[in-house]
Design a protein around this ligand. Structure first.
Ligand SMILES: CSC[C@@H](O)[C@@H](O)C(=O)COP(=O)(O)O
Length: 398
């Protein structure tokens, strides 16, 4: 059974999120019952990865409303007057949903999946209000939509895995080594993963010789999370530091213990602009540059929900800057009570007083990307083109 970052049960309603800050040392699921708790899960990176944060935002709002409705049905006196009024008025319910989505949208700025989720949930809410649906029906439609998003993501990832693996094998050997960055697996999605989904597919079909994956500083999504998934699934793999990728790709180095002819670097995406410029975990851009220099395929794997046609190119993508604690400490995001409870060590590396810059993502220009793999198929550039036409691609798939 593969790892699950998000465990949602519709009836009786419950939502549990795996606290990824504690991985790989502790496996702790935390119950989420309110919009504010969901916001904190995303903002603190207890759950992370573009598809996963969109899904958690949707399920967070769903569970909050389901639990309010449950109390309304069983013991309305337990609710405060604002909640009672809201559950009796579609317009007030609409206001609560709008405010909740606006709040969830503030949790992280770069991954477009969060904003897309909000747009879709607002669309179903406002259309319910226009159709004069009652509050119970509006809530049920919203819950249906959130659950559908979670289920669709799993199906999409399986297709990404298949299309991506077929594309890379068409252009390379039959047993290959690949490199990946950050964590794009079950922990970052509803399951299976995007870039890691391609690696899973290659492995299951006997086409993977070896996967190399970066630590992914500053917060080590590679060494903490991708390690965890690859070991769990017994996929042959080796951890490297972010600074070792060019050496791995270079034929000047002769490594004794490892097979290092790399066919492709495969990464995920937080937002892909209309022309294919791609925001992903910091460090992705330098991987694309070294891939180009070494004539290695550079593949972006992302569901079409990560494509933002409203953004013409990468210059307009908002890049999140995060706390310097991620850079200066090991385990810098873990709070004091969790440190004590789980006996985790938080260690300062540089001296006090250093200046720190911590952008969480960078933008890889389309020019450096060989192909973008989506659940609808693989997008390539026109011959000699420097950009992708993602609008044309998506239109042709509808
Ligand atoms: C399928 S996950 C794709 C991306 O979201 C992933 O590569 C990434 O950059 C995640 O960053 P994170 O800061 O861990 O949310």
């Amino acid at each position: 059974m593969s790892l699950r970052a998000i465990v949602y049960v519709r009836d009786p309603p419950s939502l549990e999120i795996l606290n990824q800050l504690l991985l790989p040392h502790e496996t702790v699921y935390e119950s989420v019952t309110t919009v504010q708790q969901g916001y904190e899960q995303i903002n603190r990176m207890k759950v992370r990865g573009a598809p996963a944060i969109g899904i958690v935002a949707a399920l967070t709002l769903a569970i909050d409303l389901q639990l309010k409705l449950q109390t309304f049905n069983k013991n309305p006196n337990a609710l405060d007057s604002d909640t009672l009024n809201m559950l009796n008025s579609p317009l007030l319910l609409g206001n609560f949903i709008r405010d909740s989505l606006d709040h969830l949208n503030q949790s992280r700025p770069t991954a477009v999946n969060l904003f897309r989720t909000s747009d879709i949930l607002w669309e179903v809410t406002s259309s319910g209000i226009k159709k004069n649906l009652g509050t119970k029906q509006i809530i049920e439609t919203l819950v249906d939509t959130a659950v559908q998003m979670m289920n669709d993501d799993l199906i999409d990832n399986n297709n990404i895995g298949k299309y991506g693996a077929e594309f890379i094998l068409r252009n390379g050997d039959k047993r290959i080594c690949v490199v990946t960055h950050c964590n794009t697996g079950s922990l970052a999605t509803s399951g299976y993963g995007t870039a890691l989904g391609i690696i899973r597919h290659l492995h299951t079909h006997g086409n993977l010789l070896h996967a190399y994956y970066t630590e992914t500083r500053p917060y080590n999504q590679g060494s903490r999370l991708t390690s965890y998934e690859l070991l769990h699934d017994k996929i042959p793999s080796t951890l490297i530091c972010d600074s070792m990728v060019s050496a791995l790709l270079s034929s000047h180095f002769s490594f004794k213990k490892i097979d290092h002819k790399i066919t492709a670097i495969i990464v995920g995406a937080d937002r892909v602009a209309k022309n294919g410029d791609t925001a992903n975990k910091i460090g992705t851009y330098q991987l694309a540059i070294t891939a180009k220099y070494h004539n290695v395929m550079f593949i972006v794997a992302a569901p079409s929900t990560s494509i933002d046609l409203k953004i013409k190119n990468g210059r307009d993508i908002v890049i999140e800057e995060r706390s310097e604690d991620e850079v200066v400490f090991v385990n810098g995001l873990i709070k004091q009570d969790e440190i004590e409870k789980y006996q985790i060590r938080k260690v300062r590396v540089p001296p006090e007083g250093v200046k720190v810059w911590n952008p969480s993502f960078d933008v890889t220009p389309a020019e450096l990307i060989t192909a973008i793999v989506t659940e609808k198929g693989v997008v390539e550039k026109e011959k000699d083109g420097k950009e992708f036409d993602l609008e044309k691609f998506l239109m042709s798939q509808n």
